[in-house]
Design a protein around this ligand. Structure first.
Ligand SMILES: [Zn+2]
Ligand SMILES: [Zn+2]
Length: 251
């Protein structure tokens, strides 16, 4: 069975390790900072046309392998036929395979990892969960007040499909936001993304809204519009933390 919490935890480990503090998270930068070597099909095509053709024919968007000689991880990815927002998720998915130890579990020198794990649903699911938490954590999105796919797409640079799944996750998490497992995750994002979370509101009229591409306040036209944050949930969480601490002391 797919271990969702393990994949989620590992995504947050990467965020912590690389000290990422803002959205959108660029998986190409993440890969580079983790010393993962990214190799686009278009460049590899001249050296190994047959392999790339085979991958394209199989509609394989990316493959990950480990060089047992150097210990380096290589991600070969389709840079031509995948849209940029989808490619972000694909690269994050491959980083997930690496971080969750799937290469060690399945690799065979330069054998196509995807060939192995296509049959292993749980590894695919785990890599997806890792990518989702890394690029568009529903917990962080709740903290910045993003609730629908439009906001998620805009803020996180992920595809419409990935954003829709995110919207559904937010709706599941919101009513249960105060269960202890979630509270600790919220706490992580409040600490790690503190500056980001507290940005973005209209300094002139106080109107709050989300929009990466918007240059002026849509209410008053002011140009001083650092990012908005819905502080409601943070206050609720702080309150929950205090009451939990009090309860722990008295029990
Ligand atoms: Zn995969
Ligand atoms: Zn305004």
């Amino acid at each position: 069975m797919a271990d969702i919490s393990n994949a989620w935890d590992e995504a947050r480990n990467v965020i912590k390790e690389l000290d990422i503090k803002r959205l959108p998270i660029n998986p190409f930068e993440v890969a580079s900072n983790l010393n993962i070597i990214l190799e686009p099909y278009s460049i590899f095509e001249c050296y190994t046309p047959n392999i790339i053709k085979k991958l394209r024919d199989k509609k394989c968007e990316a493959i990950t392998s480990k060089d047992i000689g150097t210990g380096e991880y290589h991600v070969l990815f389709d840079d031509v036929s995948i849209r940029a927002d989808r490619l972000n998720f694909t690269i994050a998915h491959e980083i997930g395979h690496i971080r969750l130890g799937h290469c060690e579990k399945f690799y065979n020198n330069y054998t196509c990892l995807e060939d192995f794990i296509h049959k292993n649903y749980s590894e695919e699911k785990d890599a997806d969960n890792f990518a989702a938490e890394l690029l568009r954590s529903p917990f962080l999105l709740i903290l910045i007040g993003a609730k629908n796919f439009y906001d998620i797409q805009d803020i996180c640079d992920v595809s419409y499909k990935a954003s829709l799944v995110g919207e559904r996750q937010i709706r599941t998490i919101l009513p249960a936001y105060n269960i202890p497992r979630y509270v600790s995750v919220f706490k992580f994002y409040i600490d790690q993304f503190s500056d980001f979370i507290h940005e973005r509101y209209c300094e002139n009229c106080g109107y709050k809204f989300i929009g990466k591409t918007i240059k002026t306040c849509i209410m008053c036209g002011s140009e001083s519009i650092p990012y908005h944050i819905n502080k409601g949930y943070i206050q609720t969480l702080e309150y929950h933390k205090r009451t939990t601490m009090v309860n722990t002391k008295t029990s």
